[in-house]
Design a protein around this ligand. Structure first.
Ligand SMILES: Nc1ncnc2c1ncn2[C@@H]1O[C@H](COP(=O)(O)OP(=O)(O)OP(=O)(O)O)[C@@H](O)[C@H]1O
Ligand SMILES: [Mg+2]
Length: 687
C-alpha cells in the first residue's frame, strides 16, 4: 500500500488538474442525484392529476364532503314533516326550510335545495308567500350553483396549472442539468486520464534514468528484457489500475456517502434495512484481498520472465537457428505463456467472485427495498413517486458498490505493480560518488596504479578473481596485458572506470583514489574499446559521435581515419549515413570493432583502454590500427589487452596476468630475456 501512495505522489505536480477533475465528478454526482427526485415528482404529479379527475367525476361526496350531524338532523326532521304534512302551507314551508338547510350546510348541497324550491313553486296549492320565497331562494341557489361549479372547475384547473408549471420548471432544470452533466462527464473522464498519462511519463522517465545509473552488477544479473518489462508493462499496469481503481474508488465512495445520507434523510428505517446487505460485500472483498494481490503479482512476474526470455533469445537468434534450437525455445516460451495463462485464469476467477459478490449485494439490496416499498405503498404509508425516488436512489447507491468491486481488484493489481516498480527505485547504485568526491582534473597523461587489489564479482557464490594485484603505468606509457583466458585482464581494467569497486586495495590515477573522485569526471577521462563492442541502431556517424556528442564533422572523419575505418565506411552505399542495426548487424566483426575504436578516439581521453582491439582484424588492418594507436597513444596512458603478442611487442610495459595476479612485468625484451611464461608464449606464437 505504501508504494501505491509513493506512486500517487508523482501526481503532485498536477494537483490543479486533479482538483478540477474531482470538482467535475462531484458536480456530476450532485447533478445525477437530481434525477430520482425529478422522476418521483413526475409520478406524484401524474397521480395527483389522475386523482383530481376522478374526484371531479364522482362529485363532491366522493371528494369526502361530510354533512354536519346537527344539519343532518334538521334535514331529517324537515323531511319527515314534508312526508307527513297534510296542509299545503305546512308542506311548502318545510320544503323551503329544507332547501335553506341544504344551502346552509358547511358544504352546501345546492342541487337538493333547488329541487326543494322547485317543488314548492310547482305546488298548485302552495300559499303565494311561500312560492315567492321559493322563487327568490331558487334564483339565489341557481346563482350559487353556477358560482360553485365554475369555482370548483377553476380550482382544479388552477391546481393542475400549478402542478404543470412546477413540472415545466423541473423539466427545464432537468434538461439543463443533463447538458451540463454531459460536459462535466467529459471532464471527469478526460482529466484524470490526462493526469495519469503525465504521471506515467514522469515515472517511466525517472525509472529509466534511475535504472541506467545502477551498477553493472545489477544489469548483468538479469536479462535486459525483464528490466524493459518493468519500465514498460508494470508502469502501464500500475497506471491503468490506479486510474480505474483509485478514481473509481474516490468517486464511488463519494457517491455512496452522499446517497446514503439522502436515503437516511428520506426514510432512515428503510435506508438501514437497505444497508443491511453491505457486510456481504465487505467480507468477500476482505477475504479476496491477499489472493488477488498474489495472483496479480504472479501475472506480472510471468510477464517479466517471458519478456526477458523472448528478448534474450531474439538477441541470439543466430545461435538459436544455427543450433536448430527453435523447437526447444518454442517449448520454453510455451512454458512461460502457459504460466502466465494459469495465473491470469486464477486472477480472473477471483475477480469473478468479487464481481459476483458486488452484484449479489446489489440485487439483494434492491430486492429488500422493493419488497418493503411495495408493502409501504399498498398500506398507503408512502406515495408511489416517493417510493420510486427511493428505489432509484438505492440503485444509485449500489451502482458504485459494483464499481468498487472492480476497482478493488484493480487496486490489488496496482499494489503489486507499484511494489515491483519501487523495488527498482529502492535499489541504490553500488558505485556512487563519495560524500567528499571532487572532479578528477587531468593535465595530460596520468600515472595509473593498482595497489594490492582484491576483487570478486557480486554474484551468489563469489570467487576471488583478482588477488593482490599491483602494477603501475607511468604517464603516457603503453601497457599491454597478456595471459591466459579467464586470468582477470578485462576484470582488472573494468575497475579503472569503477564499473565495480574493489573489495580491498587501491586504484590511483595521478595519486588520486578513484573512489574519491566523481564518477562522471572519472569516466570522462577514460576511453574504452570493449572486448565485444556493440553499435546501436542508427547511422555510422551517430555511432561514432557517441564518443563525443557535438564533435565536428572533421573530427569524426579524423577519428574514422585513425581507426582505419574511413575506407570501408565510404564504400557503404550511404557512407557515414549508412544505418546499422542493433548490435551492428550489416557490418563485419572487424568493421564494428573499427567503428568502436573511432568512437574511443573521438572521445580523446587521457586514459585509453582497449580490450583486444584487433582480435577481429586481418594482419594488414591490425598493423594499420597499431600504427594509429602509436600515433594516438601519444599523450595518453594506454592499456591494451592482447592475445596476439605482436600487439604487446610495441608496449612499454607488458604485464602477464594469470589467476588474478601479475606473474611477470617488464618490456618485451626484458620478458624474453627472463625466459618465463611470456617467453614461452612468444616462442609458441612466433615459432
Ligand atoms: N560478470 C561476471 N560475473 C561473475 N564472474 C565473472 C564476470 N565476468 C568475469 N567473471 C569471472 O572472472 C574471471 C576473470 O574474467 P575476465 O573476463 O577478467 O578474464 P580475461 O582475462 O579478460 O579473459 P579473456 O582473455 O578470455 O578475455 C573469470 O573466471 C570469469 O569467470
Ligand atoms: Mg577479457
Amino acid at each position: 500500500m505504501r508504494n501505491l501512495w509513493r506512486f500517487l505522489a508523482y501526481s503532485r505536480p498536477y494537483k490543479k488538474l486533479l482538483a478540477v477533475a474531482l470538482t467535475a465528478s462531484l458536480l456530476r454526482m450532485v447533478m445525477s442525484t437530481y434525477m430520482p427526485i425529478y422522476v418521483g415528482s413526475v409520478i406524484n404529479y401524474v397521480e395527483d392529476t389522475y386523482k383530481g379527475a376522478r374526484q371531479q367525476d364522482d362529485g363532491p361526496a366522493a371528494a369526502g364532503q361530510v354533512v354536519p350531524l346537527d344539519a343532518e338532523d334538521a334535514i331529517t326532521n324537515l323531511t319527515a314533516t314534508i312526508e307527513t304534512a297534510d296542509a299545503p302551507e305546512e308542506k311548502a314551508k318545510a320544503l323551503n326550510d329544507r332547501g335553506d338547510a341544504y344551502i346552509g350546510l358547511s358544504t352546501p348541497q345546492v342541487e337538493k335545495a333547488v329541487a326543494d324550491f322547485t317543488a314548492v313553486i310547482e305546488m298548485a296549492d302552495a300559499p303565494p308567500g311561500q312560492k315567492a320565497r321559493a322563487l327568490s331562494a331558487r334564483s339565489a341557489a341557481y346563482d350559487k350553483l353556477a358560482a360553485t361549479d365554475s369555482a370548483a372547475a377553476a380550482d382544479i384547473t388552477d391546481a393542475r396549472r400549478k402542478g404543470w408549471n412546477r413540472l415545466t420548471v423541473m423539466t427545464g432544470l432537468f434538461a439543463w442539468l443533463l447538458l451540463l452533466h454531459m460536459i462535466v462527464t467529459i471532464g471527469r473522464v478526460h482529466l484524470p486520464q490526462r493526469v495519469s498519462a503525465s504521471v506515467v511519463r514522469d515515472i517511466r522517465y525517472q525509472l529509466y534514468a534511475h535504472v541506467q545509473r545502477l551498477s553493472l552488477g545489477f544489469h548483468t544479473s538479469r536479462p535486459s528484457g525483464t528490466i524493459t518489462s518493468r519500465v514498460i508493462t508494470d508502469v502501464q499496469t500500475a497506471q491503468q489500475s490506479i486510474e480505474l481503481g483509485l478514481i473509481v474508488t474516490l468517486q464511488g465512495g463519494m457517491q455512496i456517502v452522499v446517497i446514503a445520507c439522502i436515503m437516511l434523510y428520506m426514510n432512515w428505517l428503510w435506508a438501514l434495512i437497505c444497508f443491511s446487505v453491505v457486510p456481504l460485500f465487505l467480507i468477500t472483498t476482505h477475504l479476496l484481498r491477499r489472493p488477488l494481490r498474489t495472483a496479480s503479482r504472479r501475472m506480472l512476474e510471468s510477464t517479466e520472465q517471458m519478456s526477458g526470455h523472448v528478448h534474450e533469445r531474439f538477441g541470439m537468434i543466430r545461435e538459436v537457428q544455427s543450433f536448430g534450437a527453435e523447437g526447444d525455445e518454442q517449448q520454453q516460451v510455451w512454458h512461460h505463456t502457459e504460466q502466465l495463462r494459469s495465473h491470469s485464469v486464477r486472477h480472473s476467477l477471483l475477480n469473478g467472485v468479487l464481481t459476483a459478490a458486488g452484484e449479489g449485494t446489489t440485487y439483494l439490496g434492491l430486492a429488500v427495498v422493493l419488497l418493503f416499498g411495495i408493502y409501504c405503498v399498498s398500506a398507503g404509508k408512502v406515495r408511489i413517486g416517493d417510493f420510486t425516488t427511493f428505489y432509484l436512489f438505492t440503485q444509485r447507491l449500489f451502482m458504485p458498490v459494483q464499481w468498487l468491486t472492480g476497482a478493488y481488484g484493480q487496486l490489488q493489481t496496482a499494489t503489486s505493480a507499484t511494489e515491483r516498480i519501487f523495488e527498482f527505485f529502492d535499489t541504490e547504485p553500488k558505485v556512487q560518488n563519495s560524500p567528499n568526491a571532487t572532479a578528477l582534473e587531468l593535465h595530460g597523461a596520468p600515472v595509473v596504479r593498482l595497489e594490492n587489489v582484491y576483487f570478486s564479482y557480486p554474484v551468489d557464490k563469489p570467487q576471488i578473481v583478482l588477488k593482490d594485484l599491483s602494477f603501475s603505468a607511468p604517464p603516457g606509457s603503453r601497457v599491454a596485458l597478456v595471459g591466459p583466458s579467464g586470468g582477470g585482464k578485462s576484470t582488472a581494467l573494468s575497475l579503472l572506470p569503477r564499473f565495480y569497486d574493489v573489495q580491498s586495495g587501491h586504484i590511483l590515477i595521478d595519486d588520486r583514489e578513484v573512489r574519491d573522485v566523481t564518477v562522471e569526471s572519472l569516466r570522462k577521462a577514460i576511453g574504452i574499446v570493449p572486448q565485444e563492442p556493440v553499435l546501436f541502431s542508427g547511422t555510422i556517424r551517430e555511432n561514432i559521435l557517441y564518443g563525443r556528442r557535438g564533435a565536428s564533422e572533421d573530427e569524426v572523419l579524423q577519428a574514422a581515419n585513425a581507426a582505419n575505418a574511413h575506407g570501408f565506411i565510404m564504400a557503404q552505399e550511404a557512407g557515414y549515413d549508412t544505418v546499422v542495426g542493433e548490435r551492428g548487424v550489416g557490418l563485419s566483426g572487424g568493421q564494428v570493432q573499427r567503428i568502436a575504436i573511432a568512437r574511443a578516439f573521438l572521445k580523446d581521453p587521457p586514459i585509453l583502454i582497449m580490450d583486444e582491439p584487433t582480435s577481429n582484424l586481418d594482419a594488414i588492418s591490425e598493423s594499420l590500427i597499431l600504427e594509429a594507436i602509436d600515433r594516438l597513444a601519444k599523450g595518453r596512458t594506454t592499456f591494451l589487452v592482447a592475445h596476439r603478442l605482436s600487439v604487446a611487442r610495441s608496449a612499454d610495459v607488458v604485464l602477464v596476468i594469470d589467476d588474478g595476479q601479475v606473474l611477470e612485468m617488464g618490456s618485451h625484451e626484458e620478458l624474453l630475456d627472463l625466459g618465463g611464461i611470456y617467453c614461452d608464449l612468444w616462442r609458441r606464437q612466433v615459432g
